[in-house]
Design a protein around this ligand. Structure first.
Ligand code: ADP
Length: 330
């Protein structure tokens, strides 16, 4: 699969080729980095498989119980592939099978995993004729289907891996950041927070003194990641603009944050637009302790929840020979 596809000539499809991928969950709105910073995690992930089909167009097969649309225009993965196909010879058709292990609407980039996984898998079938930035551009069309707006703070880390900075969407300017080893604890309370509600309660104007604090924290967080300075990362994990407003939608948020930090977490906040909450820790032992704290608080509140202890995924969408893990659901 070394030769690039010649987009000007009819393309010979290899119908025996099958590409299987694991598309990771992602944490967007990394505390102070609302809409601009996100990272990928090693678990959970969606499993997807793609192959060429004889007829042009897209067939989507759902191999899970979420009942997501199979109409390519309504499924985020289909929308992403359709955007890609606008730049491909018209004889190409794909059959995509999706096994979602990341619950839709959980706040850890379920829609981004499907969109990014689909185009990354198709790109492999197509001899990697598109760049990573192209894949982000296509996959953002899936986010538009899910939330009404094109955004890349889940898509970019899903495709690039690691922590990514979206310096600009129009034009697309993605900066992949290096990061020291970090353990991530995620709790997903089984409640629904609508992305539209989480957006509509935000104020459109901010005070200059708050803006100064926020950009100080963003710069501090980026510097802390690049310099592997855990103390600076911890100090910079503060959001004075979005979290104070949005956290009221998530029961137990303040308690979880305060007690996780007491247990040794560097800090954390709302994952995406919630309801999941994430915390970063320097060691696995601390991350496990934080999971215990989250579990205890939600048990006391009698709220069903799932916790996850994982690490930052540095590869993004992974190509696999077979699906071994069947139980990585959040
Ligand atoms: P998350 O923050 O976990 O990505 P979103 O609320 O942004 O969740 O996206 C989920 C929405 O996208 C749901 O309304 C879901 O029905 C819709 N959707 C359509 N296709 C998919 C898909 N393949 N995977 C996930 N969600 C999808």
């Amino acid at each position: 699969m070394e030769n690039k596809l010649d987009l000007n000539s009819p393309y010979e499809m290899d119908f025996s080729a099958i590409v299987k991928v694991q598309a990771p969950a992602t944490v967007a709105n990394m505390v102070c980095g609302f809409d601009i910073l996100g990272f990928a995690v090693n678990e959970p992930y969606d499993q997807m498989q793609i192959r060429f089909q004889e007829k042009p167009g897209i067939t989507i097969i759902n191999d899970d119980d979420y009942n997501l649309p199979t109409d390519p225009e309504k499924n985020v993965a289909g929308a992403a592939l359709l955007a890609m196909m606008e730049e491909l010879p018209s004889n190409i058709g794909f059959e995509l099978t999706i096994k979602k292990l990341i619950k839709p609407g959980s706040g850890v980039g379920s829609s981004a995993a499907s969109s990014a996984g689909a185009v990354a898998a198709a790109n492999r079938l197509l001899h990697h004729c598109f760049s990573k930035q192209d894949l982000v551009r296509f996959a953002m069309n899936g986010e538009k289907v899910a939330s009404g707006v094109k955004h890349a703070d889940n898509i970019a880390p899903c495709i690039y891996g690691g922590v990514t900075l979206i310096r600009s969407i129009f034009p697309l300017d993605i900066v992949a950041l290096t990061a020291p080893p970090l353990f991530v604890t995620i709790v997903h309370p089984q409640i629904e927070v609508k992305t539209s509600d989480a957006r509509s309660i935000l104020q459109q104007k901010v005070l200059l003194k708050d803006a100064i604090k926020q950009w100080g924290n963003i710069a501090g967080l980026v510097a802390g990641l690049l310099q592997s300075d855990y103390a600076l990362i911890g100090r910079s994990l503060e959001d004075v603009l979005i979290e104070p407003v949005r956290s009221i939608l998530i029961p137990g948020f303040d308690q979880i944050k305060a007690q996780s930090k007491e247990a040794g977490a560097l800090g954390g906040g709302i994952s995406g637009s919630g309801p999941s909450i994430f915390m970063l820790s320097e060691t696995e032992a601390t991350a496990q302790k934080v999971a215990g704290v989250m579990h205890q608080i939600y048990n006391n509140l009698k709220l069903d929840h799932h916790t996850y202890v994982t690490t930052i995924n540095h590869s993004g969408v992974r190509f696999v020979d077979s699906f071994i893990t069947e139980d990585a659901a959040l």
